[in-house]
Write a protein that binds this ligand. Structure first.
Ligand code: ASP
Length: 440
């Protein structure tokens, strides 16, 4: 019985247990009763971080070959069935729809809850509390020299001048996607044995990376335990103080999107039972939560979608694309943060943030979320761009830095869940049965 429970079949449970253990262990270590100094805590945390880092590195190690091979295989399959245009447009349309739903959810909640609506004194105190702080200096360094031009450059870089260069950059998945779509498509234009050789090459590379992924995934509980323990040791269970309503707003919006809108879409558009489907992909959701990186989670995302019955053809195209361009949680977050800061700005200056600006924020949040890389804290740069565009003080972003990591974990899990939802809907629209998760 115990042996059975320890098998890979129960991996999602192992990860969940690891997560709970991480909270318990970190809380125990931080307990003031132990009397550990900050230095000792930092050193414990850096030791525990090692297996977590190894796990994330191992996942990142397979991301580039996996994305390349998966898309080449998927596109070659679709091109020979002449379905690439159809699947491509359905995927992009659904990604846009889920993105808009997410942003509007954030927009409505931040306007209803009004987390930044406080007295002038409280707002000034909040702004002053971060002025010149380490967070603010760190953030200023991080975003220094960034501008809208970076976003344009992301699009320019999508066509890489050097394939081998592109293949060495984990944050430049868009370029890898472009190359693999082109290679996969033109493989089908080759003749006879050469075509077969190339198809076998992509297929072999794909099978190999998936097999390696399956092996890496077995270490997920250890990785998750280490990553979450470190986050809690480093940040603790802070009383969020004046940020409490902001945190509540972000979480409420993410929860609505994650637990209500996406499952409803799953049920009505895909005729897939949300409960059955999500229970098959929960390990990807938990890994996204722990790593705060949709790119690093991608190998697990693909593996779990296939485990739920989504075909290789659909999952290997829809999911890598989604991990790069479809970031619902991120878009929602960008919108809430900017409007939260606008509310604080209004409290200190009396200048309200008009409806035109709010619409601008919605559009910019969608556009920038497409360009954001699937790595931790990536949206902070996008948020500074939006703040600058709507005339709000960029350096005030430091106000939310203290709670960003935990919210990053939650939004990344939402990003990955949206990709998985769209993959199932596209699969069903292509006539795939997904017998194990089909709604009765
Ligand atoms: N960490 C997010 C992701 O990887 C991106 C972000 O919102 O910062 O999906």
């Amino acid at each position: 019985m115990i042996k059975e429970f320890l098998s890979a079949k129960y991996l999602a449970w192992h990860i969940l247990i690891a997560l709970v253990l991480a909270v318990v262990v970190a809380a125990t270590i931080r307990n003031p009763g132990f009397g550990l100094t900050d230095e000792t805590l930092a050193s414990i945390s850096s030791w525990i971080h090692i297996p977590g880092k190894l796990f994330v590195n191992a996942l990142k190690m397979v991301v580039v070959p996996l994305v390349f091979a998966a898309i080449a295989v998927g596109v070659a399959g679709m091109a020979s069935q002449k379905s690439i245009g159809r699947i491509g447009s359905k995927t992009i349309a659904l990604y846009l729809v889920t993105g808009f739903i997410a942003i509007f959810t954030g927009l409505i909640l931040v306007n209803v809850i009004q987390p930044g609506n406080m007295s002038e004194d409280a707002a000034l105190a909040l702004v002053e509390s971060v002025e010149g702080s380490a967070d603010q200096v760190d953030m200023t360094n991080r975003v220094q020299g960034r501008s809208w031009w970076d976003l344009v450059q992301i699009l320019v870089r999508a066509v890489p001048p050097n394939i081998f260069d592109a293949l060495t950059n984990n944050s430049g998945l868009l370029a890898i996607i472009f190359v693999s779509v082109v290679f996969g498509f033109f493989t089908t234009k080759l003749d006879g044995p050469i075509r077969e050789t190339m198809e076998n090459l992509w297929q072999g590379m794909y099978d190999l990376t998936i097999t390696v992924t399956l092996w890496i995934i077995r270490f997920a509980p250890i990785g998750v335990f280490a990553l979450v323990t470190v986050v809690i040791i480093d940040t603790g269970f802070k009383a969020f103080g004046p940020l409490a309503w902001f945190v509540v707003t972000v979480l409420a919006a993410l929860i609505l999107h994650f637990f209500v809108w996406l499952p409803l879409m799953q049920l009505f558009l895909g005729r897939v039972s949300p409960f059955k489907y999500y229970s098959k992909v929960v390990k990807a959701q938990l890994t996204a939560f722990s790593t705060a990186s949709s790119s690093a989670t991608l190998p697990l995302t693909i593996e779990s979608a296939q485990n739920a019955g989504v075909s290789k053809r659909v999952s290997s195209f829809v999911l890598p694309l989604g991990a790069t361009v479809n970031m619902d949680g991120t878009a929602l977050y960008e919108c809430v943060v900017v409007i939260f800061i606008a509310q604080i700005y209004a409290a200190t200056t009396g200048e309200p943030f008009g409806i035109v600006n709010q619409i601008l924020v919605v559009l910019l949040a969608l556009v920038t979320s497409i360009g954001v890389a699937g790595v931790p804290a990536a949206s902070l740069v996008a948020i500074t761009l939006i703040l600058g565009a709507v005339g709000l003080p960029v350096e005030w972003l430091a106000i939310i830095i203290a709670v960003d990591r935990i919210l990053d974990m939650c939004r990344t899990s939402t990003n990955v869940t949206s990709d998985l939802t769209v993959a199932a809907i596209v699969a069903r629209s292509e006539g795939e049965e997904l017998p194990e998760v089909k709604a009765a």
